[in-house]
Design a protein around this ligand. Sequence first.
Ligand code: NAD
Length: 490
Amino acid sequence: MYQNYIDGSWVGARSGRTFENRNPANCDDLIGEFQDSTADDVDAAIAAATRAYERWRLVPAPKRAEILFAASRLIEANKDALARDMTREMGKVLEETRGDVQEAIDMTLFMAAEGRRMYGQTVPSELRDKFAMSVRQPMGVCSVITPWNFPMAIPSWKIAPALVCGNTVVFKPATLTPLSAVNFVKILEEAGLPRGVVNLVTGGPDVGTRMSTHDDVKVVSFTGSTAVGRIVGQNAAPTFKKVHLEMGGKNVVMIMDDAKIDLAVEGCLWGGFGTTGQRCTAASRVVVHERVYDVFVREFVARAQELRVGDGLDPRTQVGPSVSQAQLETVMKYVAIGQEEGATLLAGGHRLETGPYARGWFHEPTIFGDVDPRMRVAQEEIFGPVVSVMRCRSLDEAIAIGNDVAYGLSASIYTQDINKAFAAMRDIYTGIFYVNAPTIGAEVHLPFGGTKATGNGHREAGTAALDVFSEWKSIYVDFSGKLQRAQIDS
Ligand code: NAD
């Protein structure tokens, strides 16, 4: 039984209810029971965070950062165990969950270093004997609502910058990955975070709703689906919270006729089937120049059919299960839709449910060919091991197809022609772009996020994250001893 963490204590939900967390590779494996919290628990957490804020905001940023630094060392020391817990609760292979934990280490270190930077500006005043500067100020209680596909990385992207800026946090992880959240918060506790500064409340939409409506919350940082992000935005609007939304994707790889096809195949396998396709940046669309379409498809299909599907804890596994029965059903629904729409099923297409797969949510890596860009499998986020391959006749057509979706997270091009690479870099309207690499692989010191239905203009990671969790204050110090009027006196 795992508990909420409120005001420095591990406590049960007031409802007394719990929910189960099970291994998606083997649903007989019960990972634990977690608190099924309600608005009351959120209120207690927000009250604790509000009290803690008055002390935490006055702790010098380099001191706040020392706690983050200690946390990064603790995550590092426990990396393997944390990764194993994560694979068990959400299925992705151990190599990738180690990467997820590494990202939390990197982000925590990056933000610890910001404790000694957090630069503002010192600028000349237009008036004599006047000093002008800008500083970042914290905002108060931040609600952090996260999805299940990066159970430690994404919480760290939000919590580390929120803390270094001097805010306090109420954190709600996805119901499918509460163990990694508990593990992360335990490490923050062990690193010496004062009570009330981070509070963990597990549970579903009721918890998230309270966290996005409560008067005392100043920032809501949400990562998840576009449908839920829209609700969060609407819920938070009446109280003018700063709302940071990172949502769905339908990312494209464009393969030109001069591309190194082996490299492109390698990239599409990793981008399309890594994390079982359950990445917001997954390469779920591939647009291939007609001159190399056949050779690319032949190789891509052959290699996809060789991928080893299985339990992520087995080091030989390359593709783990879908995270849940519901997610597997979504994958199966879209495989049927693709066939009804007239796309050609080139690989996979079936659930795996016998032998070692009998107790889990496994699906074959699936490729659709001859996809029309208007088909639903080319437009809608599936979030599973399904890739739609389309033809194009030119770079312009590839870019037009690439841009013609509701989302704008990540895109990539494979080409040896620098002119094509730069044209695509400019004309694709996404928040992330890769050349000769797949659509996944973000590093923590660059801004992360997307355009259109993927995001609302903010960015996670890098120093851009500081903008989410702080507000600017411009300060003017007049040392002339008289009234000096800007724009009027000279
Ligand atoms: P989801 O939208 O179902 O849930 C996200 C979080 O919101 C969970 O913690 C959930 O419990 C909570 N929630 C549900 N209803 C809520 C409500 N009414 N109010 C407040 N919170 C509520 O998403 P998911 O299935 O956990 O994750 C998959 C989605 O996340 C995909 O669409 C994926 O593209 C997206 N994602 C985006 C990024 C990004 O950075 N753009 C990164 C990872 C995942």
